[in-house]
Design a protein around this ligand. Structure first.
Ligand SMILES: Nc1nc2c(c(=O)[nH]1)N[C@H]1C(S)=C(S)[C@@H](COP(=O)(O)OP(=O)(O)OC[C@H]3O[C@@H](n4cnc5c(N)ncnc54)[C@H](O)[C@@H]3O)O[C@H]1N2
Ligand code: MOO
Length: 413
Protein backbone atom coordinates (compact mmCIF):
# COMPACT_ATOMS: atom_id res chain seq x y z
CA UNK A 1 0.00 0.00 0.00
CA UNK A 2 1.37 3.45 -0.87
CA UNK A 3 0.74 6.51 1.28
CA UNK A 4 0.31 10.00 -0.09
CA UNK A 5 1.97 12.86 1.81
CA UNK A 6 -0.59 15.66 1.69
CA UNK A 7 1.37 17.81 4.07
CA UNK A 8 4.44 18.70 2.03
CA UNK A 9 3.52 20.90 -0.86
CA UNK A 10 6.27 20.49 -3.46
CA UNK A 11 8.54 23.52 -3.63
CA UNK A 12 7.46 24.96 -0.27
CA UNK A 13 10.25 25.21 2.30
CA UNK A 14 9.28 24.45 5.90
CA UNK A 15 9.41 27.65 7.95
CA UNK A 16 12.10 26.76 10.49
CA UNK A 17 14.34 25.27 7.82
CA UNK A 18 14.07 28.42 5.65
CA UNK A 19 14.64 30.71 8.62
CA UNK A 20 17.76 28.83 9.68
CA UNK A 21 19.05 28.85 6.10
CA UNK A 22 18.42 32.61 5.83
CA UNK A 23 20.15 33.40 9.14
CA UNK A 24 23.15 31.33 8.06
CA UNK A 25 23.47 33.62 5.03
CA UNK A 26 23.49 36.80 7.14
CA UNK A 27 26.15 38.38 9.29
CA UNK A 28 26.69 41.46 11.42
CA UNK A 29 27.02 44.33 8.93
CA UNK A 30 26.99 47.47 11.06
CA UNK A 31 30.00 48.85 12.90
CA UNK A 32 29.79 50.53 16.29
CA UNK A 33 29.84 54.11 17.52
CA UNK A 34 30.28 55.84 20.87
CA UNK A 35 26.98 57.30 22.09
CA UNK A 36 26.04 59.32 25.20
CA UNK A 37 23.60 57.99 27.79
CA UNK A 38 20.69 60.23 26.72
CA UNK A 39 20.79 58.78 23.20
CA UNK A 40 21.20 55.12 24.18
CA UNK A 41 17.55 54.14 24.40
CA UNK A 42 16.65 51.30 21.97
CA UNK A 43 20.25 50.91 20.74
CA UNK A 44 22.13 47.59 20.68
CA UNK A 45 25.16 47.15 22.94
CA UNK A 46 28.33 46.53 20.91
CA UNK A 47 30.34 45.17 23.86
CA UNK A 48 29.78 43.23 27.05
CA UNK A 49 29.23 45.61 29.95
CA UNK A 50 31.11 44.88 33.17
CA UNK A 51 30.33 46.77 36.33
CA UNK A 52 33.03 49.38 37.12
CA UNK A 53 31.87 49.46 40.76
CA UNK A 54 30.28 47.31 43.45
CA UNK A 55 26.54 47.88 43.62
CA UNK A 56 25.78 48.90 46.27
CA UNK A 57 29.26 50.21 46.95
CA UNK A 58 28.73 50.50 50.73
CA UNK A 59 26.60 48.71 53.35
CA UNK A 60 23.36 50.66 53.80
CA UNK A 61 19.97 50.47 55.39
CA UNK A 62 16.87 49.02 53.69
CA UNK A 63 14.56 50.71 56.24
CA UNK A 64 14.05 53.85 58.30
CA UNK A 65 14.92 52.90 61.89
CA UNK A 66 17.94 52.34 64.13
CA UNK A 67 21.39 50.87 63.34
CA UNK A 68 22.76 48.79 66.17
CA UNK A 69 24.95 45.82 67.14
CA UNK A 70 23.08 42.50 67.25
CA UNK A 71 25.37 41.41 70.11
CA UNK A 72 23.75 44.07 72.35
CA UNK A 73 20.25 42.70 71.95
CA UNK A 74 18.75 41.19 75.07
CA UNK A 75 15.23 41.25 76.45
CA UNK A 76 14.38 44.81 77.57
CA UNK A 77 17.74 46.34 76.60
CA UNK A 78 17.91 50.16 76.20
CA UNK A 79 20.39 51.52 73.65
CA UNK A 80 21.71 55.07 73.76
CA UNK A 81 21.03 57.11 70.65
CA UNK A 82 24.34 58.70 69.62
CA UNK A 83 23.64 60.23 66.19
CA UNK A 84 21.97 60.06 62.78
CA UNK A 85 22.89 58.60 59.39
CA UNK A 86 20.97 60.10 56.45
CA UNK A 87 21.24 59.06 52.79
CA UNK A 88 24.20 61.09 51.53
CA UNK A 89 25.13 62.28 55.07
CA UNK A 90 26.71 59.39 56.94
CA UNK A 91 27.32 59.18 60.69
CA UNK A 92 31.06 59.58 60.85
CA UNK A 93 31.83 57.80 64.09
CA UNK A 94 31.66 54.24 65.41
CA UNK A 95 28.69 52.62 67.16
CA UNK A 96 30.04 51.28 70.43
CA UNK A 97 28.51 48.64 72.77
CA UNK A 98 25.13 49.80 74.10
CA UNK A 99 24.71 52.47 71.42
CA UNK A 100 22.56 52.94 68.34
CA UNK A 101 22.20 55.45 65.49
CA UNK A 102 19.05 56.80 63.86
CA UNK A 103 19.27 55.66 60.21
CA UNK A 104 17.21 56.28 57.04
CA UNK A 105 16.67 54.06 54.00
CA UNK A 106 19.74 54.18 51.75
CA UNK A 107 21.97 55.74 54.41
CA UNK A 108 25.40 54.20 55.09
CA UNK A 109 25.50 51.69 57.93
CA UNK A 110 27.82 53.20 60.58
CA UNK A 111 30.99 51.34 61.53
CA UNK A 112 30.37 48.96 64.40
CA UNK A 113 26.69 48.44 63.57
CA UNK A 114 25.58 45.27 61.80
CA UNK A 115 21.78 45.36 62.00
CA UNK A 116 18.91 47.78 61.37
CA UNK A 117 15.63 47.62 63.27
CA UNK A 118 12.60 49.30 61.71
CA UNK A 119 11.36 52.26 63.76
CA UNK A 120 7.94 50.53 64.00
CA UNK A 121 9.71 47.80 66.03
CA UNK A 122 11.28 50.20 68.56
CA UNK A 123 10.03 52.22 71.49
CA UNK A 124 11.87 55.48 72.21
CA UNK A 125 12.11 57.41 75.42
CA UNK A 126 14.26 60.56 75.47
CA UNK A 127 17.56 59.38 73.94
CA UNK A 128 16.98 55.73 74.79
CA UNK A 129 15.77 53.19 72.22
CA UNK A 130 14.11 49.90 73.21
CA UNK A 131 14.11 47.38 70.31
CA UNK A 132 11.06 45.08 70.44
CA UNK A 133 10.35 41.54 69.25
CA UNK A 134 12.60 39.07 67.46
CA UNK A 135 15.50 40.63 65.61
CA UNK A 136 18.02 38.70 63.57
CA UNK A 137 21.62 39.78 63.04
CA UNK A 138 22.12 41.61 59.72
CA UNK A 139 18.44 42.28 59.13
CA UNK A 140 17.52 45.26 56.92
CA UNK A 141 21.15 45.73 55.86
CA UNK A 142 22.01 45.86 52.13
CA UNK A 143 25.55 44.55 51.78
CA UNK A 144 28.21 45.90 49.37
CA UNK A 145 28.12 44.13 45.94
CA UNK A 146 24.86 42.41 46.94
CA UNK A 147 23.43 43.40 43.54
CA UNK A 148 26.56 43.52 41.33
CA UNK A 149 30.25 43.02 42.05
CA UNK A 150 32.91 45.19 40.39
CA UNK A 151 34.04 43.42 37.18
CA UNK A 152 30.92 41.26 36.95
CA UNK A 153 29.29 41.05 33.50
CA UNK A 154 26.01 42.93 33.71
CA UNK A 155 24.85 42.82 30.06
CA UNK A 156 26.09 40.89 27.06
CA UNK A 157 26.94 42.50 23.72
CA UNK A 158 23.81 42.32 21.58
CA UNK A 159 21.44 43.47 24.33
CA UNK A 160 18.79 45.98 23.25
CA UNK A 161 18.79 48.94 25.65
CA UNK A 162 15.27 49.29 27.00
CA UNK A 163 14.32 51.64 29.83
CA UNK A 164 15.27 49.08 32.49
CA UNK A 165 18.67 48.35 30.97
CA UNK A 166 19.25 52.10 30.60
CA UNK A 167 18.48 52.64 34.29
CA UNK A 168 21.00 49.97 35.31
CA UNK A 169 23.67 51.45 33.01
CA UNK A 170 23.07 54.82 34.68
CA UNK A 171 23.34 53.24 38.14
CA UNK A 172 26.83 52.09 37.16
CA UNK A 173 27.81 55.68 36.38
CA UNK A 174 28.44 54.95 32.69
CA UNK A 175 27.92 58.02 30.56
CA UNK A 176 28.80 56.83 27.07
CA UNK A 177 29.03 53.42 25.47
CA UNK A 178 29.73 51.69 22.17
CA UNK A 179 26.53 50.63 20.45
CA UNK A 180 25.75 49.38 16.95
CA UNK A 181 25.23 51.99 14.26
CA UNK A 182 21.54 51.92 13.28
CA UNK A 183 20.79 49.77 10.28
CA UNK A 184 19.61 51.65 7.16
CA UNK A 185 16.77 49.94 5.32
CA UNK A 186 15.32 50.89 1.94
CA UNK A 187 11.55 50.34 1.97
CA UNK A 188 9.26 50.29 -1.04
CA UNK A 189 5.86 49.08 -2.15
CA UNK A 190 5.17 47.78 -5.64
CA UNK A 191 1.76 47.88 -7.31
CA UNK A 192 -0.12 49.89 -9.94
CA UNK A 193 -3.17 49.78 -7.67
CA UNK A 194 -1.50 51.61 -4.79
CA UNK A 195 -2.10 55.19 -3.75
CA UNK A 196 -0.73 56.96 -0.68
CA UNK A 197 -3.23 57.93 2.02
CA UNK A 198 -4.52 61.44 1.24
CA UNK A 199 -4.67 60.82 -2.52
CA UNK A 200 -7.94 60.18 -4.39
CA UNK A 201 -8.64 56.55 -5.25
CA UNK A 202 -9.43 55.71 -8.89
CA UNK A 203 -11.23 52.54 -9.99
CA UNK A 204 -9.50 49.38 -8.74
CA UNK A 205 -7.09 51.33 -6.55
CA UNK A 206 -6.36 50.87 -2.83
CA UNK A 207 -4.33 52.68 -0.23
CA UNK A 208 -0.79 51.51 0.44
CA UNK A 209 -0.86 50.28 4.03
CA UNK A 210 2.08 47.87 4.04
CA UNK A 211 4.74 50.53 3.64
CA UNK A 212 3.26 52.64 6.44
CA UNK A 213 2.89 49.67 8.82
CA UNK A 214 6.34 48.22 8.11
CA UNK A 215 7.87 51.70 8.37
CA UNK A 216 6.40 52.02 11.87
CA UNK A 217 7.72 48.59 12.87
CA UNK A 218 11.19 49.47 11.59
CA UNK A 219 11.16 52.79 13.43
CA UNK A 220 10.23 51.06 16.65
CA UNK A 221 13.22 48.78 16.14
CA UNK A 222 15.50 51.80 15.77
CA UNK A 223 16.13 51.25 12.04
CA UNK A 224 16.80 54.26 9.79
CA UNK A 225 14.30 53.98 6.93
CA UNK A 226 14.83 55.32 3.42
CA UNK A 227 11.33 55.45 2.01
CA UNK A 228 11.25 54.83 -1.76
CA UNK A 229 7.46 55.18 -1.90
CA UNK A 230 5.34 53.29 -4.37
CA UNK A 231 6.94 51.76 -7.47
CA UNK A 232 4.77 50.89 -10.47
CA UNK A 233 4.43 47.31 -11.72
CA UNK A 234 7.05 47.96 -14.36
CA UNK A 235 10.17 45.76 -14.46
CA UNK A 236 12.41 48.68 -15.51
CA UNK A 237 11.25 50.97 -12.69
CA UNK A 238 11.50 48.12 -10.19
CA UNK A 239 14.96 47.26 -11.44
CA UNK A 240 16.34 50.78 -11.07
CA UNK A 241 14.71 51.17 -7.64
CA UNK A 242 16.29 47.91 -6.45
CA UNK A 243 19.75 48.86 -7.72
CA UNK A 244 19.54 52.32 -6.14
CA UNK A 245 18.33 50.77 -2.88
CA UNK A 246 21.21 48.27 -2.84
CA UNK A 247 23.61 51.19 -3.22
CA UNK A 248 22.10 53.36 -0.53
CA UNK A 249 20.94 50.94 2.17
CA UNK A 250 22.22 48.07 4.30
CA UNK A 251 19.11 46.02 3.45
CA UNK A 252 16.03 46.22 1.23
CA UNK A 253 12.41 45.47 2.13
CA UNK A 254 9.72 45.42 -0.55
CA UNK A 255 6.05 44.54 -0.51
CA UNK A 256 4.02 42.95 -3.30
CA UNK A 257 4.73 41.27 -6.59
CA UNK A 258 6.30 38.08 -5.26
CA UNK A 259 3.54 35.70 -6.38
CA UNK A 260 2.97 34.25 -9.83
CA UNK A 261 0.62 36.84 -11.39
CA UNK A 262 1.23 38.57 -14.72
CA UNK A 263 2.30 41.79 -13.00
CA UNK A 264 4.36 40.16 -10.22
CA UNK A 265 7.87 41.29 -11.14
CA UNK A 266 9.65 41.48 -7.79
CA UNK A 267 11.07 37.98 -7.73
CA UNK A 268 11.92 38.11 -11.43
CA UNK A 269 13.86 41.38 -11.06
CA UNK A 270 15.59 40.07 -7.94
CA UNK A 271 16.78 37.11 -9.99
CA UNK A 272 18.02 39.50 -12.73
CA UNK A 273 19.93 41.99 -10.62
CA UNK A 274 20.81 39.86 -7.59
CA UNK A 275 20.41 36.33 -6.34
CA UNK A 276 17.56 34.46 -4.69
CA UNK A 277 18.20 32.64 -1.42
CA UNK A 278 14.77 31.08 -1.31
CA UNK A 279 11.23 31.74 -2.45
CA UNK A 280 7.96 30.15 -1.32
CA UNK A 281 7.56 28.85 2.18
CA UNK A 282 5.19 26.44 3.84
CA UNK A 283 3.70 29.24 5.94
CA UNK A 284 0.27 30.83 5.99
CA UNK A 285 0.06 33.72 5.64
CA UNK A 286 3.15 34.57 3.63
CA UNK A 287 3.78 31.71 1.22
CA UNK A 288 5.52 33.70 -1.56
CA UNK A 289 8.01 35.49 0.74
CA UNK A 290 11.30 35.93 -1.14
CA UNK A 291 14.76 36.23 0.39
CA UNK A 292 17.94 37.05 -1.48
CA UNK A 293 20.74 39.56 -1.97
CA UNK A 294 21.39 42.44 -4.35
CA UNK A 295 25.14 43.01 -4.29
CA UNK A 296 25.87 42.81 -0.55
CA UNK A 297 22.46 44.01 0.60
CA UNK A 298 20.08 41.39 1.96
CA UNK A 299 16.70 41.57 0.23
CA UNK A 300 13.36 40.70 1.83
CA UNK A 301 10.38 40.50 -0.52
CA UNK A 302 7.21 40.59 1.59
CA UNK A 303 3.99 39.39 -0.04
CA UNK A 304 1.50 42.14 -0.92
CA UNK A 305 -1.38 40.82 1.17
CA UNK A 306 -1.21 43.03 4.28
CA UNK A 307 -1.45 40.24 6.88
CA UNK A 308 1.15 38.21 4.99
CA UNK A 309 3.49 41.21 4.89
CA UNK A 310 3.19 41.88 8.64
CA UNK A 311 3.46 38.23 9.69
CA UNK A 312 6.48 37.45 7.48
CA UNK A 313 8.14 40.63 8.73
CA UNK A 314 7.76 39.27 12.25
CA UNK A 315 8.72 35.67 11.46
CA UNK A 316 11.65 36.29 9.13
CA UNK A 317 12.68 39.93 8.74
CA UNK A 318 12.78 40.69 12.47
CA UNK A 319 15.30 37.88 13.23
CA UNK A 320 17.24 38.80 10.09
CA UNK A 321 17.56 42.44 11.20
CA UNK A 322 18.73 41.20 14.60
CA UNK A 323 21.46 39.18 12.89
CA UNK A 324 22.55 42.18 10.81
CA UNK A 325 22.86 44.42 13.90
CA UNK A 326 24.28 41.79 16.22
CA UNK A 327 21.20 41.91 18.43
CA UNK A 328 20.50 38.92 20.63
CA UNK A 329 16.76 38.28 20.58
CA UNK A 330 15.18 37.16 23.84
CA UNK A 331 14.35 33.45 24.00
CA UNK A 332 10.93 32.90 22.40
CA UNK A 333 8.00 32.52 24.76
CA UNK A 334 5.01 30.44 23.70
CA UNK A 335 1.96 29.68 25.79
CA UNK A 336 -0.66 26.96 25.71
CA UNK A 337 -4.28 28.05 25.62
CA UNK A 338 -7.65 26.39 25.11
CA UNK A 339 -9.29 27.07 21.77
CA UNK A 340 -12.62 28.64 22.81
CA UNK A 341 -13.93 28.05 19.28
CA UNK A 342 -13.03 25.88 16.28
CA UNK A 343 -10.26 27.11 13.94
CA UNK A 344 -10.10 26.00 10.29
CA UNK A 345 -6.70 24.74 9.18
CA UNK A 346 -5.60 22.72 6.15
CA UNK A 347 -2.48 20.55 6.32
CA UNK A 348 0.43 21.77 4.21
CA UNK A 349 1.59 25.08 5.69
CA UNK A 350 2.39 26.23 9.20
CA UNK A 351 -0.42 28.63 10.00
CA UNK A 352 -0.02 31.73 12.15
CA UNK A 353 -3.65 32.62 12.81
CA UNK A 354 -4.52 35.86 14.53
CA UNK A 355 -6.09 35.42 17.95
CA UNK A 356 -7.19 37.18 21.10
CA UNK A 357 -6.06 35.35 24.21
CA UNK A 358 -7.37 36.16 27.65
CA UNK A 359 -7.53 34.74 31.15
CA UNK A 360 -10.75 32.84 31.72
CA UNK A 361 -12.78 33.00 34.97
CA UNK A 362 -11.12 29.72 36.12
CA UNK A 363 -7.65 31.26 35.64
CA UNK A 364 -6.73 29.31 32.52
CA UNK A 365 -5.94 30.88 29.13
CA UNK A 366 -8.51 30.78 26.34
CA UNK A 367 -8.13 32.01 22.76
CA UNK A 368 -10.64 33.09 20.11
CA UNK A 369 -10.03 34.21 16.53
CA UNK A 370 -9.38 37.95 16.22
CA UNK A 371 -11.62 37.95 13.15
CA UNK A 372 -11.57 36.56 9.63
CA UNK A 373 -8.30 34.78 8.85
CA UNK A 374 -7.93 35.88 5.22
CA UNK A 375 -4.51 37.35 4.38
CA UNK A 376 -6.24 40.51 3.15
CA UNK A 377 -8.12 41.22 6.40
CA UNK A 378 -5.77 43.47 8.28
CA UNK A 379 -8.30 44.79 10.78
CA UNK A 380 -8.19 41.42 12.59
CA UNK A 381 -4.41 41.71 12.72
CA UNK A 382 -4.73 45.06 14.46
CA UNK A 383 -7.06 43.75 17.18
CA UNK A 384 -5.16 40.47 17.72
CA UNK A 385 -2.91 40.11 20.75
CA UNK A 386 -1.40 36.77 19.73
CA UNK A 387 -0.44 34.52 16.83
CA UNK A 388 -1.49 30.89 17.04
CA UNK A 389 1.27 28.51 15.94
CA UNK A 390 -0.55 25.72 14.11
CA UNK A 391 1.86 23.04 12.92
CA UNK A 392 2.38 22.47 9.21
CA UNK A 393 0.84 19.02 8.99
CA UNK A 394 -2.16 19.43 11.28
CA UNK A 395 -5.78 19.94 10.25
CA UNK A 396 -8.67 21.81 11.89
CA UNK A 397 -8.56 22.75 15.57
CA UNK A 398 -11.63 21.64 17.50
CA UNK A 399 -13.16 23.79 20.22
CA UNK A 400 -11.61 22.76 23.57
CA UNK A 401 -8.25 21.68 22.11
CA UNK A 402 -4.98 23.08 23.49
CA UNK A 403 -3.09 25.31 21.05
CA UNK A 404 0.31 26.98 21.14
CA UNK A 405 0.46 30.73 20.75
CA UNK A 406 2.84 33.66 20.89
CA UNK A 407 1.91 37.04 22.40
CA UNK A 408 2.46 39.99 20.07
CA UNK A 409 1.13 42.86 22.18
CA UNK A 410 3.90 44.96 23.59
CA UNK A 411 6.31 43.97 20.82
CA UNK A 412 7.24 46.37 18.07
CA UNK A 413 4.03 45.92 16.04
N1 LIG B 1 -2.08 31.56 -8.69
C1 LIG B 1 -1.63 31.94 -7.49
N2 LIG B 1 -2.00 33.12 -7.01
C2 LIG B 1 -1.55 33.49 -5.80
C3 LIG B 1 -0.73 32.63 -5.05
C4 LIG B 1 -0.35 31.39 -5.62
O1 LIG B 1 0.37 30.60 -5.01
N3 LIG B 1 -0.81 31.10 -6.84
N4 LIG B 1 -0.35 33.02 -3.80
C5 LIG B 1 -1.26 33.89 -3.12
C6 LIG B 1 -0.68 34.31 -1.88
S1 LIG B 1 -0.59 33.10 -0.71
C7 LIG B 1 -0.30 35.57 -1.63
S2 LIG B 1 0.24 35.99 -0.05
C8 LIG B 1 -0.40 36.62 -2.61
C9 LIG B 1 0.86 37.49 -2.65
O2 LIG B 1 0.95 38.13 -3.81
P1 LIG B 1 2.02 39.24 -4.19
O3 LIG B 1 3.11 39.29 -3.21
O4 LIG B 1 2.38 39.04 -5.58
O5 LIG B 1 1.23 40.58 -3.95
P2 LIG B 1 0.31 41.38 -4.96
O6 LIG B 1 -0.25 40.47 -5.96
O7 LIG B 1 1.10 42.53 -5.39
O8 LIG B 1 -0.80 41.84 -3.96
C10 LIG B 1 -1.58 40.93 -3.21
C11 LIG B 1 -2.72 41.69 -2.54
O9 LIG B 1 -2.22 42.62 -1.64
C12 LIG B 1 -2.59 43.95 -1.98
N5 LIG B 1 -1.45 44.83 -1.73
C13 LIG B 1 -0.29 44.82 -2.41
N6 LIG B 1 0.53 45.77 -1.92
C14 LIG B 1 -0.11 46.37 -0.93
C15 LIG B 1 0.21 47.43 -0.05
N7 LIG B 1 1.40 48.04 -0.11
N8 LIG B 1 -0.70 47.82 0.86
C16 LIG B 1 -1.90 47.20 0.93
N9 LIG B 1 -2.27 46.19 0.13
C17 LIG B 1 -1.41 45.78 -0.79
C18 LIG B 1 -2.91 43.88 -3.45
O10 LIG B 1 -3.75 44.90 -3.88
C19 LIG B 1 -3.53 42.51 -3.54
O11 LIG B 1 -4.87 42.52 -3.11
O12 LIG B 1 -0.64 36.07 -3.90
C20 LIG B 1 -1.69 35.11 -3.93
N10 LIG B 1 -1.92 34.72 -5.28
O1 MOO C 1 0.59 33.09 1.79
MO1 MOO C 1 -0.81 34.07 1.42
O2 MOO C 1 -0.28 35.06 2.60
O3 MOO C 1 -1.81 32.86 2.19
O4 MOO C 1 -2.32 34.97 1.20
Amino acid sequence: MTTVDHCNQPGLRPYLDARQDMLAQLDLIVDSELVGLEQLSNRILADDIRSPIDVPSFANSAMDGYALRAADLQEGVALTLVGTSLAGQPFNSRVAAGECVRIMTGAALPLGADTVVMQEHCRSEHNLIYPQGTISEGQNVRLPAEDLAQGERVFAAGTRINARVLAVLSSLGLEQLYVRRPLTVALLSTGDELKSPGELLGPGEIYDSNRIGIHAMLQRLGVTVIDYGIIKDDPEQIRSAFLKAANEADAIITSGGVSVGDADYTKQVLEDVGRIGFWKLAVKPGKPFAFGHINDSPFFGLPGNPVSAAVTFHLLVRPALARLTGETLPAPVTLQATAMMAFKKSPGRMDFQRGIVSTQPDGSLGVVAAGAQSSGVFSAMATANCLLHLEQDRGNVAQGEQVTLELIDGLYW
